[in-house]
Design a protein. Structure first.
Length: 581
């Protein structure tokens, strides 16, 4: 036990802490505020407190728990809403009302609720860490596996099915040294990644239903992506769309330092929206970590680690998990504030010198891995972080450090957002380093022409960007017939394909099959137009064809009616044939 000798906002310095260890959780003052040791010098410990420190002063006691900051893992996580240190917000409201009282404690997992546990092993079976001993059907979507904890390799001495709370013993394992009693709850330190057998190369895309992403800048399962952009460009809209429609089994959404109304949107929308695969509410596969801008700044840093640890836990069950961090800039600002209070030497723009390494530690915990256990199970964590550079300046330290780590860059454009073009992902600036790796998957599972169509559409958009310079100088009339067709096709790709209405029930999500048909239809029209031009048809007559309007409306064709694309293509070919004569 130590005593406070200095208070500086969320940072306190306590003396008499010679026996403490780095990252130990401590209790501060009479209200037992939660804190974490982030620096040790002699017998003095610097503690970041995850709650408001008003009223705390020199002489107050600081007691170390001797344990690192940990999360509770077990049945009840799905559909949970937690703060940055995994306190359940609904439970806190029951205890203290709409405002979170200081020092209040609540278990992350309900200790009274009984879950139906079904054993999948029998007495005498040999098991090792990561093996499944039974499961709980947490809801209709999630089969929550109860796994052997680390260091409990051995033989099943007893196991029983039935209704249990998370703290009741469901099995006993005889290890080399003792008998371990197994409950349905595990505790795991958040700052260290959960172990696995081996990391694999990502080679399957995470299908998001967002055309600009799936077609031009795909993200692999187990990959990492960044969504940087200025204020109002739609970072949160993109992350909400990914959380809603990505084909991950489980979504962990971390609201880190963003506005409270954005988390409110998630809480209001997810129970209403249906998962396209199962038809069940999206909340049934979601865990929310809410540490909004009005919550203690120090807890922002913990919220990122809390989220990634929960994601790793479900990964170890063999699930594909996606974690959305909105935004890592606010997390970095919390690091900067705490670093300043620790009087550390500042780096660029006041951020700590270890900013890049901390970001790398977070993103490197993503990946597709062969998990622990006897079975060859594979699970993945896909990390998507929003970056909010001041004024949209991508040269600032957080954006630059992130870009050195991630392999997918979805750069948002304020100009596109002001034109009401969403998602406002700039197709000239953005890139994906997974495209070549996913080349064969798209050809085998979508269409043999997919990669050729994608490359051609991107080439047309880049050519349009070059032609725009000429148009600005001398006008559209100065362009050749072929260039006018290029501009018209690029407009169709932009407005009919890349623009997507998140609020339209059909357009909000597009399957890969529909994306392939849409893109093929647009480029078929381009082929027919160039062929007609070669046969001396006037370019203005080509651009005025009525069927072009049907191509634009094809985005609203429902998934069950994709055969309508064949009818539009036939009509397109017929009109061009009549035009040529």
């Amino acid at each position: 036990m130590g005593t406070i000798i200095k208070v500086s906002g969320p940072l306190i310095v306590a003396g008499g802490m010679a026996d403490a260890k780095m990252y130990d959780v401590v209790r501060v003052g009479k209200q037992h505020l939660i804190g974490e040791i982030i620096e040790l010098r002699g017998d003095k410990a610097s503690v970041q407190v995850y709650e408001e420190t008003a009223g705390i002063g020199p002489g107050d006691e600081v007691v170390s728990t001797g344990l690192p900051l940990s999360v509770e893992l077990g049945p009840g996580l799905i559909e949970g809403i937690y703060d940055g240190i995994q306190r359940p917000l609904e439970k806190l409201r029951e205890i203290g009302g709409d405002r979170i009282a200081r020092g209040v404690e609540a278990h992350a997992l309900d200790r009274e609720k009984k879950w139906t546990f079904t054993a999948t092993v029998k007495v005498g079976d040999s098991v090792k860490a990561g093996d499944e001993i039974g499961f709980v059907n947490e809801n209709v979507l999630i089969r929550h596996k109860i796994m052997v904890p680390y260091g409990a390799d051995g033989v099943i001495k007893s196991v029983k099915s039935g209704d249990f709370t998370v703290e009741e013993v469901v099995a006993e394992i005889e290890t080399a040294s003792d008998i371990r009693k197994i409950t349905m709850i595990q505790r795991c330190a958040v700052r260290k990644g959960r172990p696995y057998c081996s990391k694999l190369a990502p080679n399957v895309p995470m299908v998001t239903g967002q055309r600009v992403i799936d077609t031009f800048f795909p993200l692999a399962k187990g990959g990492v992506a960044a969504v940087p952009g200025p204020f109002g460009s739609g970072k949160t809209v993109v992350q909400h769309q990914l959380a809603k429609w990505a084909d991950a089994d489980i979504i962990v959404y971390v609201g880190c330092g963003e506005r409270g109304n954005e988390m409110t949107d998630v809480l209001n929308e997810f129970p209403e929206l249906k998962d396209p695969e199962s038809g069940e509410p999206l909340m049934k596969r979601t865990v929310l970590i809410a540490n909004t801008s009005d919550m203690p700044v120090a807890a922002r840093e913990a919220s990122i680690y809390t989220g990634i640890t929960i994601a790793e836990y479900f990964r170890d069950m063999g699930y594909n998990v996606a974690i959305m961090a909105d935004s890592t800039s606010r997390w970095a600002e919390a690091l900067r504030e705490m670093s300043g209070r620790l009087e550390e030497m500042p780096g660029e723009e006041g951020y700590p010198a270890y900013l890049a390494s901390r970001l790398a530690e977070f993103y490197e915990r993503a990946g597709i891995v062969k998990v622990l256990g006897s079975k060859d199970l594979v699970g993945s964590v896909t990390a998507i972080g929003a970056v909010s550079p001041p004024g949209g300046d991508l040269s600032e330290p957080v954006a630059q450090a992130t870009l050195r780590i991630v392999k997918v860059f979805w750069g948002l454009s304020a100009a596109l957002a002001y034109k009401r073009h969403f998602p406002a992902i700039d197709w000239i600036q953005s890139y994906s380093l997974y495209s070549d790796r996913l080349h064969d998957w798209y050809e085998d599972n979508v269409g043999s022409e997919w990669n050729a169509l994608r490359a051609r559409a991107m080439s047309i958009l880049q050519e349009e960007a070059n032609l725009n310079e000429i148009v600005r100088l001398v006008g559209m009339d100065a362009l050749s017939g072929k260039d006018k067709i290029t501009m018209d096709t690029a407009k169709s790709v932009r407005e009919d394909y890349l623009h997507q209405n998140a609020f339209h029930e059909t357009d909000t999500y597009t399957s890969l099959d529909k994306q392939f048909r849409m893109l093929k239809l647009i480029l078929t029209a381009d082929d027919l137009a160039r062929d007609a031009l070669d046969k001396n048809v006037d370019v203005e007559d080509i651009l005025a064809l009525d069927v072009k309007e049907k191509i634009g409306r094809s985005k609203y064709i429902e998934e069950k009616n994709l055969c309508e694309f064949d009818g539009i293509e036939q009509e397109l070919r017929k009109e061009f044939a009549e035009l040529i004569g």
